[in-house]
Design a binder for this molecule. Structure first.
Ligand code: SAM
Length: 331
């Protein structure tokens, strides 16, 4: 697919044919399987100052927490009981808290005690750290590159080192070589973002040969500099536009695992989740973070989660999967 072809489909008057094409490809590559990944948000402590994120270091108005290892392993056991098959360990970026040795130990324990796959999402880390975690058994790593527009990336990531390749693209390539399944992705509707750059973001997913794709709308957080930035964006923050990106990602990467994201559900709690699945997504990430701290992982306001193990929440999710012609599969 060319950049012009992608732009044409991003801006066409409607996307019914695009969504149908994406569903047909998903049916061929994935059947009716929808994978549930248990998300554990390890901590809201973060050294970085990303202009868009409510957990940024300089935000004094957010409460910080960090889970201990026993709690994290208990969350992973819960994922096993719910037959999710994968646990995703995500945290604000803090190498002092999530040391190479500690994370390697956690990965070994979770793999040993639950036999599940482990996905890590701990931000920008050294080649030696990710090598050690791979060695310990980590299967996958999620690291959104946020935008391939270098000037925009530099503007919203203070202190980013932009001398060489985009730092997150470079890390994704390194991790692919280390044998990880890699997950790249980006936000939609950032102030100053262009449609052309979103077409490049999609092409970059294919160029990286991403195994997973994490794309979601940017949701302004009032306690962040970007949340107060009125610079217009060419890119709409909408369910339809986000779904077009899922569908195009499915066309570009037929076998990729593509979640219908929490941010999409937050944008439209009644319809977002199903809309994502109907546009070719095949993954959903219920939140397993303990109830006592869940509200403190506030990257944007009013985050809408499927919270496991609350039965009604999971039942509603399964009803949505059925409505989209999908069924939960372990993996
Ligand atoms: N520290 C890790 C990292 O940076 O990859 C993982 C945690 S980070 C909070 C996870 C993702 O949240 C980011 O990659 C970003 O795309 C998303 N995010 C942060 N703030 C957001 C916002 N205001 N709206 C939508 N997504 C946001």
């Amino acid at each position: 697919m060319t950049r012009a072809g992608i732009l044409a489909r991003l801006t066409a008057p409607d996307a019914f044919a695009l969504f149908a094409e994406a569903r047909a490809i998903r049916a061929k590559t994935k059947g009716d399987a929808c994978f549930l990944r248990g998300l554990v948000e390890l901590s809201s402590v973060c050294d970085r100052d990303c202009l868009y994120c409510g957990m940024r270091h300089s935000n004094a108005r957010t409460h910080r927490y960090a889970l201990d290892d026993a709690t994290i392993v208990a969350c992973a056991r819960l994922a096993r009981e719910l037959r999710f098959g994968t646990v995703v360990l995500q945290a604000g970026e803090c190498p002092a808290l999530w040391t190479r040795e500690r994370v390697a130990g956690l990965v070994r324990r979770i793999k040993g005690e639950t036999g599940q796959r482990v996905t890590l999402s701990l931000g920008e880390r050294s080649e030696a750290d990710t090598a050690a975690w791979r060695e310990a058994g980590a299967d996958r790593y999620l690291l959104r590159f946020e935008t391939t527009d270098r000037a925009l990336f530099a503007r919203i990531h203070p202190g980013a080192s932009m001398a060489g390749e985009h730092p997150r693209l470079a890390q994704l390539r390194r991790m692919k070589a280390q044998g990880y399944e890699i997950g790249g992705g980006f936000m939609l509707g950032l102030p100053g973002q262009t449609l052309a750059s979103v077409a490049d973001d999609l092409l970059t997913l294919a160029d990286l040969r991403c195994d997973m794709v994490g794309v979601g709308p940017y949701l302004a957080h009032p306690d962040t500099p970007l949340g107060r930035d009125a610079t217009p964006s060419e890119v709409p923050v909408s369910v339809d536009f986000t779904c077009r990106c899922y569908a195009l990602a499915r066309l570009l990467l037929p076998k990729a695992n593509i979640p219908s994201t929490t941010a999409l559900s937050t944008l439209d709690p009644a319809h977002g989740r199903v809309a994502g699945l109907n546009a070719g997504a095949n993954v959903f990430m219920p939140n397993l973070t303990p109830r006592t701290v869940r509200a403190d992982y506030q990257i944007y306001p009013d985050k809408v989660c499927v919270v496991a193990p609350e039965a009604d929440s999971l039942a509603a999710l399964r009803a949505d999967l059925a409505a989209a012609g999908l069924a939960q599969q372990e993996g």
